[in-house]
Design a binder for this molecule. Structure first.
Ligand SMILES: C[S@@+](CC[C@H](N)C(=O)[O-])C[C@H]1O[C@@H](n2cnc3c(N)ncnc32)[C@H](O)[C@@H]1O
Length: 232
């Protein structure tokens, strides 16, 4: 899939691929989020009910898995753990960690706008700090794919950048609600989409919203939406 034009523009993985080649870059993203651990436990309970996509543990997808802190947690907690990312370095690290820890992880390189899975494959999809990398069009394309690959009754746990984030409005607005900071030294040189409450409602209109709250990552104005949704 191309990076620009009609298909949208989602090149942030290039930054992350460099970061995942550095030990310090990996270490900064190694500890699982407590709320993710809570939802994984909830999924284990739900996956044993009727209409489940897989065995007793449930089948889970870590979308834009990075260096796999949550993919490995899913496997450790008994889910069938799948991870996708466009960063080869990230995927290599997850694979090595899985082997080292004796955990089964199923990995493949994929763009979140085009997932190589059939309809209703997953009980649970996690998109932590992933799906806002790109324009709103990219984000909407990713969410259409998530909805397709998640079974009815399955869960999506996601974060989105909030318009209350300290970086909202910095740089050039290349598309509605999408900013690029050409001088940035981090992934903000690539497009990022920011959302307010109506924007979240619009993007997630095909999901049933179970929980939506704004949280400041790191306590320094890095406001993100924390979302939990169900596929109808
Ligand atoms: C901020 S990191 C988060 C990693 C992981 N979700 C975590 O919480 O540890 C964002 C990840 O999304 C990936 N990514 C960005 N754009 C992507 C795309 N279009 N398709 C697939 N992965 C993408 C990056 O390569 C990177 O690994």
């Amino acid at each position: 899939m191309g990076q620009g034009g009609e298909a949208g523009w989602s090149g942030a993985y290039l930054h992350w691929d460099s970061q995942w080649r550095e030990r310090a870059g990996i270490l900064a993203w190694s500890d699982p989020e407590p709320w993710v651990a809570e939802v994984i436990d909830m999924v284990r309970g739900r996956a044993s009910g009727p209409g489940r996509a897989s065995g007793p543990g449930g089948r889970a997808l870590d979308l834009g898995c990075g260096v796999g802190r949550h993919t490995l947690l899913m496997a450790r907690r008994g889910l069938q753990a799948h991870g996708t990312d466009r960063s080869e370095a990230g995927l290599r690290h997850v694979r090595e960690q899985g082997e080292r820890l004796g955990l089964a992880v199923h990995l493949c390189a994929a763009d979140f706008r085009q997932l190589p899975f059939g309809p209703g494959t997953f009980d649970y999809v996690l998109a932590w700090n992933t799906i806002y990398h790109g324009t709103e069009q990219d984000c909407a394309a990713g969410l259409r794919e998530v909805r397709r690959v998640t079974r009815p009754g399955g869960l999506l746990q996601a974060t989105m950048l909030s318009k209350r984030n300290r970086e909202y409005g910095l740089g050039i607005e290349i598309h509605s609600n999408t900013f690029v900071q050409p001088q940035a030294t981090d992934d903000k040189v690539h497009p990022h989409t920011y959302s307010d409450e109506p924007g979240i409602a619009r993007l997630y209109q095909d999901f049933r919203m179970l929980a939506a709250a704004e949280r400041d990552h790191g306590g320094s104005g890095s406001h993100h939406w924390h979302l939990l949704c169900e596929v109808p």
